[in-house]
Design a protein around this ligand. Structure first.
Ligand SMILES: *Cc1c(COP(=O)(O)O)cnc(C)c1O
Length: 379
């Protein structure tokens, strides 16, 4: 089955009792049992809920995986993956990671004895230099947030297999429409469903997908034992959102390209980071592993002045100043003071998150209006 058909149909069946074509919102915490242990597969909604179950099957299908699990947020999904590890285990990750991922690694899990290495993963030798017998997880984000760096998933998968480590990929920016990490050798795919999968900026949710039985067992055990599950209503909203994921992504890609090309022509703009440019350092890898380049763009201003950047993000009218990304509406953000404020300044600047860096989540409005909006704000 092709992507659009799966997005609309996978995991979803008309309700047997009424024929309702849409999966009902099973707003229930528990399920009546005929006798002790005699039930229809559902006992308690932390463990399993039919609306969530439909969504988990749907997300697994669009990622070409066997097992899906949904969580109360993207970070709760990451939390589940790290809880598969033991004290003394080592993790290798990128040095321009999403700020919240960096924070959960450093401030929550380091004190339980898990060791994190942050390297520039664009060069696989940097990863090979820190791999050792204790490496149990390689955590990739690609494209990265907000520098739009591209990591070669197949190359990382080879390193992980050789080391006997699990490869997990945060696929939030690309979405399963543009990139399927499991097909490239990853063991786990993670999503902040909050972003493109939900797509309408009305739900906070996370997801994991795997095809490995052993990882799936651990994933469901931790999901149930830690209890960071997502709600039936939110599951319904995301099932609805995913039905248009392919259409939205086509428009995000088209608008992303138009806005990125416009930005390169503006005299006040210094650098534009978008993986679709042939001049992007890893454009070839992006072309190899992605089917399009998406609507996330970052750029810097000439002079690298903090005040100038803060003025631009304040002045746009259609691009709303806000955290988050991936919704139908365009957003503008300032990573150094917003999403990446929890990362120390020197570490942040090393990876390119300088004071004038501005990040755009280009929505699915009309590109001409978006360009006009940026033009006025930059003037
Ligand atoms: C937002 C985001 C997360 C965290 O997800 P939440 O749903 O906010 O918890 C993780 N990774 C990336 C790339 C993100 O953009």
């Amino acid at each position: 089955m092709k992507f659009g058909t799966k997005a609309i149909h996978a995991g979803v069946h008309p309700d047997e009792s009424t024929g309702a074509i849409m999966t009902p919102i099973y707003q229930t915490s528990t399920y009546v049992q005929e006798g002790v242990g005699k039930h229809k597969g559902y006992e308690y909604s932390r463990t399993q809920n039919p609306t969530r179950h439909a969504l988990e099957k749907n997300i697994a299908a669009i990622e070409n995986g066997k097992f899906g699990a949904c969580f109360g947020s993207g970070l709760a999904a990451i939390d589940c993956v790290i809880k598969m590890l033991n004290p003394g285990d080592e993790v290798i990750s990128t040095n321009d990671l999403y700020g919240g991922s960096y924070r959960i690694f450093k401030t929550i899990f380091e004190k339980y004895g898990i060791i994190f290495h942050f390297v520039d993963m664009q060069d696989r030798f940097n990863v090979e230099a820190v791999v050792n017998s204790k490496t149990k997880l390689i955590w990739v984000e690609t494209p990265t947030n907000p520098m739009m760096n591209i990591v070669d998933i197949e190359a990382m998968s080879k390193i992980a297999k050789r080391a006997g480590a699990v490869l997990a990929v945060d696929n939030t920016f690309a979405t399963p429409y543009l990139q399927n990490p499991l097909d490239l050798g990853a063991d786990i795919v993670m999503h902040s469903v909050t972003k493109y999968l939900g797509g309408h900026s009305d739900v906070v949710m996370g997801a994991l997908v795997t095809s490995c039985d052993e990882i799936a067992r651990e994933m469901y055990r931790i999901q149930n034992s830690s209890g960071a599950v997502t709600a039936p209503m939110d599951s319904f909203l995301v099932l609805r959102g995913i039905k248009t994921l392919h259409l939205r992504m086509q428009r995000h890609c088209e608008n992303g390209e138009k806005v990125a090309r416009y930005l390169t022509t503006h005299p006040k703009i210094d650098k534009v980071y978008w993986p679709g440019f042939e001049s992007h350092p890893n454009h070839e890898v992006a072309k190899k592993q992605m089917r399009g380049f998406g609507g996330m763009i970052s750029f810097t201003l000439k002079g690298n002045n903090l005040e100038d950047a803060l003025l631009v993000v304040k002045k746009t009218q259609i691009f709303a100043l806000a955290e988050s990304l991936g919704g139908v509406e365009s957003l503008i953000g300032h990573p150094a003071t917003m999403t990446h404020a929890s990362i120390p300044k020197d570490i942040r600047e090393q990876s390119g998150v300088v004071d004038s860096l501005i990040r755009l989540s280009v929505g699915i409005e009309d590109a001409e209006d978006l360009i006009e909006d940026l033009n006025l704000a930059l003037a």
